[in-house]
Ligand binder design. Sequence first.
Ligand SMILES: C=C(O[C@@H]1C=C(C(=O)O)C=C[C@H]1O)C(=O)O
Ligand SMILES: [Mg+2]
Length: 460
Amino acid sequence: MATLYQHKIQEQLYMIGKTASQPFFSWSQEIDDVDPFHFFALGETCSFRQRFYWSDRSNETVYVGLGCTYSIETTGNEHRFHMVESEWKRFTEKVMTHHNGTEAAPLLFGGFSFDPLKRKTERWAHFPDAKLIVPAVLLSVKKGRMTLTITVPSQNHEQIIEKIGQLLTLLYNGQDSLMALSASCQTYEEMAKHEWISAVQKAIHDIREGGLDKVVLAREARLWFDDRIEPSVVLQRLREQQPLSYLFAFEDKGNCFVGASPEQLVKREGMTCYSTCLAGSIRRGKTVKEDEQLGRWLLQDEKNLREHRFVVDMIKEAMMEVCENVRIPSEPQLLKMRDIQHLYTPVIGESRHAVSLFSLVERLHPTPALGGTPREKALKEIREIEPLDRGWYAAPIGWIDTAGNGEFAVAIRSGLLQGKEVSIFAGCGIVGDSEPLSEYEETRVKFKPMLSALGVEQDE
Ligand SMILES: C=C(O[C@@H]1C=C(C(=O)O)C=C[C@H]1O)C(=O)O
Ligand SMILES: [Mg+2]
């Protein structure tokens, strides 16, 4: 039965290719339920060199992509958001779609580097300042309904269609295997710890001198395992451990950037635009009582409220420039994740004119939650004093569809998996009354989600 199904799809694809009048075509069909993690893992089995994974905070929308039919890439480009937007538009004009009654259509997924002007290291060699791809095979899950979308060139596609056929055979004949984490961590090292603390001291000093209000400083920890870490295992563990976060992964030739972020940068759905202000943090309590006490403390702590206020002021201003009827609560609320609680203020507005998703991303990135205030001064300070190449950490990651709707998260609580080696990243907002050691502790708490997903517990 399953093999027939696979052959039918292959046949249809060859037929469409023969009559296609555009350079690419895209074919969609609703399919029986499959496990998205299993689908992602099969990408490796069938040697697709690019894979991505996305699920939103409610887990209502899941996208898993394998292979790459079209890619948009830039390095060091100041106009990178605009360039990606126009390239995507060009692609959508070159593709013929066969929906078969589904809502699905091709999708562009990818991310950006935090700062194109920062000096780059070898570690992030596969992650340029912008890289977004149209996958050859896309699994979409929307409110429980699953769709498969295959997007391929109209000519010379025999090899890729053959490969997709193999994938479908395995998908319906193989077992869904819940994989366990088999690699164990041999060495854990906090990189440039003392330089980072000195950088925090310097930032506090510079803020007190005036002209700079807030700057976010991040650091890295590196782990060495006795075996290769398979990203699908990490994703599965993140889903279990961080059910309220965005889950994302972007893999290119064995380098996989993965994370579970609580932070939305922007979402566009028709004329409605969403963003969130997230800044100000404290750990979770060990008991309900302690947890509530910590939460109450956070809601009235001057230093954390100041960190948060800078983010609210900037996002509110940016949204009011392009939206009307901007709704934003006057006080932050608590957002509790498994390991940490934050001050949180959601923002919603109706776009005044056709404001594109990428122009919103450009306006908002980086918010003072990841850069600082004023933006350019803070970025300069980070470039100069932060002992780290952030790469894609703390930058926008997400998707856009052919109608221009989509969503980008801020890629924090994340790490880069490279075979047996993993780098994880965490940062925090420094203001005038920050204390270097408590900021250091805050980054330790922010390492926890990735560490637990990797099966590593920190010393208390
Ligand atoms: C920079 C990070 O987190 C950001 C910084 C926060 C803070 O300083 O309180 C809180 C949430 C995030 O916007 C990170 O997790 O690496
Ligand atoms: Mg903080």
